[in-house]
Design a protein around this ligand. Structure first.
Ligand code: ADP
Ligand code: MG
Length: 577
């Protein structure tokens, strides 16, 4: 019920449209109810009795009907176009709310959700909701008006016939409801199976290189055929059901007409009803059957829409746990002192990743983090911009607890270059500009030059206006990385985090990228996670991080002399080369 209330809330901005829509629905049902009455009048009072002014009466009734139909035309047009548009506007509002909210949610939310499912919520679920938003009230309203109106008039004309009609109608309703439930479950199964087929296709196509290199095309085809077969089977099942349902309901409707014809015929024979009433009756069955169908369908639509809406609320009600505290401050002229004080952290449902970490990084220092894979280096770095919240202890930037710094200010002072570079759909310029949207073209070119990217960009077909990303030119890993470094230059942050930025690159690209990174690191507090120990020998301080916490800290020379974890990591890496 609370959900329904929140659903209704989305009608608020469109109240005017909503009431107009309902008014049109009212007029429309009224007109549909009047038609049989007019027919009855014409048959009994005009066609049969043939009064002297018969022609006049026919023309007047015809004229009145024409006016009603013209009115009906406008009402129906309004409902179909503006009713749908109202639903679509509500859908757009909900989608905006959801998207804005999704942007606010922290990494921990995305760690536990599947992008495909989120996409389907933003599209399918919301479409179901909008259909309900528009058809729901109107369908209920029109249907109830028509059913009540028709039953009242029919009862007034002949109670016995009406009771027979209602009896058969109950059978029709039960029949329809029964099949609705069964079809719903089969359709759900259908959707499940096609999702499996799609996932299979996606998996195989994404991994096509692996498939081919192992010559496993036949195995993939067999896996696919299995799912494809199952989908076909459930589809067949749903068509069998549909076959029985549609022919069954036509049959029952036939029975309804037939009972009126036979029973009404008997009444006619007994002279307890007249032909005009009989014809009117049959016309009312028409008015009556369609809304019953609609009402039964509505229960399904309501369920689907509400399920969608519940899922929509589920996300909307997920509170971002990482947000600005009241009274959070913006840092001015960040120097870049970073202190970890007794910091512990674990991901949701994992064991402790960082254990009571203490570390002081002075502004402008170049710190290298090394350690075994899975030792927590990336995690360590993601705590500084507050991508995740520490469980224990605190992190200070320039002496202020990061939880007391505005997120925009904190994250604005930190630049990150990671192993995977994501380039948005757009031009090279757009992608560099992402680092500081207010930058001028000159700034962009300067940043690209510093990042060793200008030359290759100029060689692209359209220079800085070349499209990259999903639909654009393919750039090599090293080129993408240099664009992301240009982005960081443009942002010009006092604190820089380089997380294995070159580990996906070949030697030649690595050399170029290393050069640009060295340039980028100048004059900033820099945290480097390197996969090659040879690149960090000049660091001011090397921190060895393992599952046990910080094992050692010191310069290359100090740690080599100590002969501990670092020294053995180093001798291993020398052996590998
Ligand atoms: P490193 O960068 O040193 O290789 P990470 O910081 O990536 O190590 O990972 C440290 C540990 O945390 C690993 O055991 C990893 O499985 C786990 N981990 C990393 N990211 C997540 C995450 N988003 N959710 C849950 N566990 C994670
Ligand atoms: Mg890592």
């Amino acid at each position: 019920m609370k959900q329904l209330k929140r659903f209704i809330h989305y009608y608020k901005p469109y109240q005017g449209l909503f009431y107009l829509d309902m008014f049109c629905a009212l007029v429309l049902s009224g007109i549909d109810l009047v038609f049989p009455v007019l027919v009855r009048y014409l048959m009994s009072d005009v066609y049969e009795k043939k009064p002297p002014n018969m022609l006049e009466l026919i023309l007047i009734t015809g004229g009145a009907l024409l006016v009603l139909y013209i009115l009906r035309y406008f009402c129906q047009k309004f409902i179909t176009s503006w009713g749908h548009i109202m639903g679509a506007r509500m859908e757009a509002d909900m989608r905006r709310d959801l998207f804005t909210h999704l942007q606010e949610l922290p990494f921990s939310f995305y760690d536990n959700s599947n992008t495909g499912k989120l996409m389907s919520r933003l599209t399918n679920d919301l479409f179901d909701i909008s259909e309900l938003a528009h058809h729901g009230p109107e369908d209920i309203f029109i249907s109830i008006m028509k059913i009540l109106g028709a039953v009242a008039i029919m009862l007034f004309m002949d109670v016995r016939l009406t009771l027979i009609i209602l009896g058969v109608t109950v059978v029709i309703i039960l029949f329809t409801a029964f099949f609705n439930i069964r079809m719903r479950s089969v359709f759900a199964k259908n959707r499940e199976k096609i999702a499996l087929v799609n996932a299979q296709i996606q998996d195989s196509l994404t991994g096509i290189r692996v498939v081919k290199s192992f010559s496993n095309e036949a195995i993939e085809a067999a896996k696919f055929e299995d799912g494809n077969r199952q989908f076909l089977d459930t589809k067949a099942e749903s068509y069998h059901l549909m076959g029985t349902f549609f022919s069954g309901s036509s049959f029952l409707q036939g029975v309804l007409y037939l009972s009126v014809l036979v029973v009404g015929g008997i009444f006619l024979w007994q002279n307890s009803i007249n032909t005009a009433d009989m014809v009117t009756y049959i016309l009312y069955i028409n008015v009556f059957l369609n809304p019953i169908d609609r009402l039964v369908n509505f229960t399904e639509q309501f369920q689907r829409g509400m399920t969608g809406f519940t899922r929509f609320l589920e996300i909307l009600d997920t509170q971002p746990d990482i947000k600005d505290r009241p009274g959070a401050v913006a840092l001015q002229n960040v120097k870049g002192d970073i202190v970890f004080e007794n910091v512990s952290f674990s991901y949701e449902g994992t064991s402790q990743v960082l254990n009571h970490i203490n570390l002081t990084i002075k502004a402008g220092q170049n710190i290298a983090l090394v350690g075994p894979s899975g030792g927590g280096k990336t995690t360590f770095c993601s705590l500084i911009p507050r991508f995740y919240e520490v469980d224990e202890g605190r992190i200070l930037v320039d002496g202020t607890d990061i939880r007391d710094i505005r997120l925009s200010s904190l994250r604005g002072s930190i630049g990150m270059v990671q192993q995977d570079v994501y380039l948005f759909n757009g031009t090279v310029r757009d992608n560099i500009l992402y680092g500081r949207p207010s930058a001028t073209d000159e700034d962009i070119i300067k940043a690209a030059k510093l990042a060793n990217a200008h030359d290759f960009i100029m060689e692209l077909e359209n220079g800085y206006n070349t499209y990259v990303g999903e639909r654009g030119v393919k750039l090599s890993g090293g080129q993408k990385q240099r664009i992301s470094i240009a982005r960081a230059f443009l942002k010009n942050p006092p604190v820089l985090i380089l997380d294995e930025a070159t580990s996906a690159l070949d030697n030649e690209s690595e050399r170029l990228v290393q050069q640009s990174l060295k340039e980028l690191a100048k004059g900033r507090t820099t945290l480097v996670i390197a996969h090659r120990l040879s690149t960090i020998q000049n660091a001011d301080c090397i921190v060895v991080l393992t599952a046990n916490g910080i094992e050692e800290t010191g310069t290359h020379a100090q740690l080599m002399q100590k002969g501990g974890v670092y020294a053995s990591l180093h001798s291993e890496s020398v052996k590998l080369r």
